[in-house]
Ligand binder design. Structure first.
Ligand code: MN
Length: 128
């Protein structure tokens, strides 16, 4: 079981993501904009952050840069959630510091597999 912070402004996408993660046995923290998400990340120290890229205040790439630049949250793994399916988007998320990347609409198996891959890499940093 992981404590997962989901930063997502779309109520429909949030509901879907939370349903998938709770069904998989995880505990979810929710934020519907980036600044609230960053505050929750600092305070709650979740095991994993799922970051939507299109957010109403700070976009998810900038929010990830801020999270990774803050010593209180730099260690938290971040998976980008993006509706963009264009070439270059994955590179953009990696450049911003994201540890993984999932394209919406979320597909259950791919989503959980990417989460598993990111968490495994964190448990075995020497294999990066
Ligand atoms: Mn969004």
């Amino acid at each position: 079981m992981l404590r997962i912070l989901v930063i997502e402004d779309s109520p429909v996408n949030m509901a879907l993501t939370v349903a998938i993660l709770e069904n998989a046995g995880h505990e979810i923290l929710q934020a519907d904009h980036a600044s609230a998400g960053l505050e929750l990340a600092r305070r709650e120290q979740p095991d994993l952050v799922l970051m939507d890229i299109q957010l109403p205040d700070i976009d998810g790439l900038e929010a990830t840069r801020m999270l990774k630049a803050d010593p209180r949250t730099a260690h938290l793994p971040v998976i980008a959630l993006t509706a963009f399916a264009m070439k270059g988007d994955e590179d953009d998320t990696r450049a911003a510091g994201c540890d993984g990347y999932v394209t919406k609409p979320i597909r259950y198996k791919d989503f959980l597999a990417e989460m598993d891959a990111v968490m495994r890499r964190r448990l075995a940093p020497a294999s990066r």
